[in-house]
Design a protein around this ligand. Structure first.
Ligand code: UTP
Length: 241
């Protein structure tokens, strides 16, 4: 089973420290031991936001800010690599071809951002599409996809399941509300829609939840089920990974 796990920077590195990174690395290695092939995409989190804000105050343009953000995602990716065994790549893959080659060698593939004007949400979706993954998991700091920003709207409800087209509509609605941040951005949702990728959006602060989602489809977040696909994929129906 091929899985792309996209871990938000604020999930992996809520503050500079080793514990959370070690826990996520351990879960990834457990899944590999069980026969999964894993591509991990790491976000920039609060550190990226702080650097971007400082550079914006210094007059950097938007592309320069994106490059700075990409550098921080790769810095966080290197932290995960430091916690992984020698089966991992030694540096973040810089593009999808490099990432795919690492997976073909049966290495644990890790990457951060790749190009300006997007986020690692889109990188996760594009990598999943490129390697023809069985499953894409977004480990975010929120419990799933909501109808509105749950921090601002008491009526916001979490979706247990959405089709990819419904995901695109839900995210587009959220992005039009200034200040509301969607757990997955619109470009990522569009890639998920075109690729028909089975996707889960979950609260990744507990890495065991990622493991349960990959092993059994249990997560308490939001399932994005491609149009025309049956209820449960075969890898959850059997013991096979
Ligand atoms: P993130 O993927 O962490 O963005 O990349 P985010 O959605 O703002 O972070 P979370 O999910 O809230 O933690 C950080 C920044 O790096 C740049 C963008 O500026 C992004 O905001 N970036 C990242 C790119 O320009 N291209 C990429 O491929 C990835």
């Amino acid at each position: 089973m091929k899985v792309v796990v996209s871990i938000g920077g604020s999930v992996l590195v809520p503050e500079p420290g080793a514990d959370r990174v070690a826990e996520h690395a351990a879960v990834i290695e457990d899944l590999i031991d069980e026969g999964c092939r894993i591509g991990a995409v790491i976000g920039g989190g609060g550190v990226a936001r702080e650097y971007i804000s400082a550079a914006r105050n210094l007059g950097a343009n938007e592309i320069e800010l994106d490059q700075l953000g990409i550098d921080v995602t790769r810095l966080n990716a290197r932290l995960l690599i430091a916690a992984l065994s020698e089966e991992s790549v030694t540096a973040p893959a810089l593009d999808y071809e490099e990432a795919s080659e690492a997976l073909r060698r049966d290495d644990i593939c890790v990457m951060g951002g790749v190009a300006p004007a997007q986020t690692t949400d889109a990188v996760g979706a594009a990598l999943a599409e490129y390697i023809d993954a069985d499953l894409l998991v977004y480990a975010t700091s929120v419990p799933g996809v909501y109808s509105a920003d749950p921090n601002k709207d008491d009526d916001a409800t979490k979706y247990d399941e959405l089709s990819a087209t419904e995901l695109v509509d839900a995210i587009a609605g959220l992005e039009m509300n200034a200040g509301a941040s969607a757990p997955v951005d619109l470009l990522a949702a569009k890639i998920i829609e075109r690729s028909g990728m089975r996707t889960i959006v979950l609260d990744g602060t507990d890495p065991d939840r990622i493991a349960r989602a990959v092993r059994h489809g249990e997560h308490g977040g939001t399932d994005i089920v491609p149009d025309g696909v049956g209820a449960e994929p075969t890898y959850w129906a059997s013991d096979e990974q």
